[in-house]
Design a protein around this ligand. Structure first.
Ligand SMILES: [Zn+2]
Length: 99
C-alpha cells in the first residue's frame, strides 16, 4: 500500500469549506476558494501525518470540537477578507474569468 505525507489540517479546511460554502457570503470561483483555503491554512497549525490513503479519513475524524471551531472561525474570517479583496479577474461585462 502506498504511504504518503499529508497535512490533515489542509484536508480538514477543504472539507469544512465545502460544508460551509452555502452559508458563506463570498465568491465561489476557484481563485477565491483557494485564496480562502490558503488564508485559513496560514493561520492554523499544520498537522502532518505519514499514513496510507485509507487511514487518512479515520484520522480526520479524530479532530476535536475546539479544532473544528478554530477552523470555522478562520474560514469565516478568510471569506470576509477575500470578499473585500478578491483576486479573481473580471471581463469588461463584470463576469468572473475562471483561471
Ligand atoms: Zn472569485
Amino acid at each position: 500500500m502506498e504511504i504518503i505525507l499529508r497535512n490533515l489540517t489542509e484536508d480538514y479546511v477543504v472539507m469544512m469549506l465545502d460544508q460551509l460554502a452555502g452559508t458563506l457570503d463570498c465568491c465561489k470561483c476557484s481563485q477565491c476558494r483557494l485564496d480562502i483555503c490558503s488564508y485559513a491554512l496560514n493561520r492554523l497549525k499544520p498537522k502532518y501525518v505519514v499514513s496510507t490513503q485509507g487511514e487518512l479519513m479515520a484520522k480526520l475524524c479524530e479532530f476535536d470540537g475546539q479544532f473544528e471551531a478554530s477552523v470555522m472561525s478562520e474560514i469565516t474570517k478568510a471569506a470576509s477578507v477575500i470578499k473585500k479583496y478578491p483576486r479573481h479577474k473580471v471581463d469588461e461585462a463584470g463576469n468572473i474569468i475562471e483561471p
